[in-house]
Design a protein around this ligand. Structure first.
Ligand code: SF4
Length: 66
């Protein structure tokens, strides 16, 4: 499964990603990822959040084989 992460230095805490997929992103005064690994069914919406992020702060991490 894929991992996703937020580059905190680039995040402006706008909340866009959380609005798109609150199962994965939680934005308060910091940017949190709620799921260690992203189930396949959620990948498309995570990609949507990546595309919507105004500062390109969300990136895919390395894929695990299990
Ligand atoms: S959309 Fe990008 S800039 Fe906005 S809160 Fe999410 S990670 Fe941060």
């Amino acid at each position: 499964m894929k991992k996703v992460k937020i580059i905190e230095e680039q995040c402006i805490f706008c909340g866009q990603c959380e609005a798109i997929i609150p199962e994965v992103f939680k934005i308060t005064d910091k940017a949190e990822i709620l799921l260690e690994e992203i189930p396949e069914g959620l990948e498309e919406r995570v990609q949507e959040a990546i595309d919507a992020c105004p500062t390109d702060a969300i990136v895919w991490g390395e894929e695990t084989t299990s």
